[in-house]
Write a protein that binds this ligand. Structure first.
Ligand code: ASP
Length: 314
């Protein structure tokens, strides 16, 4: 069985705060990205291409905190992080703190395929982007009134916040907002791949890097076990080495993907205050989305006919 799963971030996503119009827009965006990734698998393409395609679609959509819809840093800029990993050969690429890159996941893939390195940051990553002819956009491309407003509420404070919540008027709500997009896939040849892309967190200190570009924390893929992409409070996902931990549980404890994901998301992460979730797929094409927050924008499609787009826990 081949399959693909995507996410558009987890957090305080409450039905009571979502208009029918917004919900529809999110569902439509998820469905388009899922479809674009799935078509590649269906045509016999690789999991790596499917994951890349789905993430590009999400990065190009202003609704999500990645690429075009990226949040503002404490300096009112957009610094983006992304990573990608090929489970077939363990190759990986990542970028952090990049500005003006239209699709950070494509730059991460360039690092993986056309450099001798795994992880490039800031100016060095941007110079590499120019060398490789990766698309660059002016700052205005990344401007969204909604995220500018989110930043205005925080900009003179030391607070930083995650994306995805209707209002930011209580401290509790502020601390429960996650954005970020990701995809994982298993292709017809049983090869796995995972990728994640984010604008990080609103009013984050410039130079702050979360889990999304860190191989093993926000993204991991290994044909022997699983492909994982995370979303949530990055600092805690880094400390938990969350994505790799799912792989390790499967490899050493010999448990299945769903059980391993549940252990990390519903036990290990909550114990250290790590809110958020992840999507995962195993080598048989079984895919899951597990989260410990109120909601997670997500979608799964597999060759057995399953298509599922969901936002809330129920
Ligand atoms: N994990 C991301 C970060 O910490 C945030 C998110 O998932 O929205 O940068």
């Amino acid at each position: 069985m081949y399959s693909i799963a995507i996410h558009g971030g987890a957090g305080t996503i409450l039905r009571s705060e979502m208009s029918a119009e917004m919900e529809n827009a999110y569902r439509q965006a998820l469905s388009t990205a899922l479809q674009q990734g799935y078509e590649i698998l269906e045509a016999g393409g690789t999991s790596l291409d499917a994951v890349t395609r789905a993430i590009v679609a999400l990065e190009d959509n202003i609704l999500f905190n990645a690429g075009k819809g990226s949040v503002f840093t404490s300096l009112g800029e957009h610094e983006m992080d992304a990573s990608i990993m090929n489970g077939a050969d363990g190759s990986a690429g990542a970028v952090a703190g990049v500005k003006q890159i239209r699709n950070p996941v494509l730059l991460a893939r360039e690092v993986m395929e056309n450099s001798q390195h795994v992880f490039l940051c800031s100016e060095g990553a941007m110079e590499f982007a120019r060398e490789r002819g990766v698309a660059i956009e002016p700052d205005e491309y990344f401007y969204s009134p909604f995220r500018f407003e989110q930043w205005q509420q925080l900009k003179d404070s030391d607070d930083y916040q995650m994306d995805h919540s209707a209002k930011a008027n209580s401290k509790e709500q502020k601390e429960k907002k996650f954005g970020t997009v990701g995809a994982v896939a298993c292709d017809q040849y049983g090869n796995l791949a995972a990728g994640t892309s984010t604008g990080g967190m609103t009013n984050k200190k410039f130079g702050r890097i979360g889990d999304s570009p860190i191989i093993g924390a926000g993204t991991y893929a290994n044909n022997k076990t699983c492909a994982i992409s995370c979303t949530g409070h990055g600092e805690l996902f880094i400390k938990a080495v969350a994505a790799y931990d799912v792989h390790a549980l499967m490899a050493y404890k010999k448990i299945g993907l769903e059980e391993a994901m549940r252990e990390v998301v519903l036990d290990t992460l909550p114990k250290i205050g790590g809110e958020g979730g992840m999507i995962g797929v195993d080598k048989f094409g079984n895919a899951f989305g597990i989260f410990n927050s109120e909601g997670m924008y997500r979608g799964i499609r597999s060759s057995d006919g399953k298509v599922d787009i969901a936002i809330y826990a129920d």
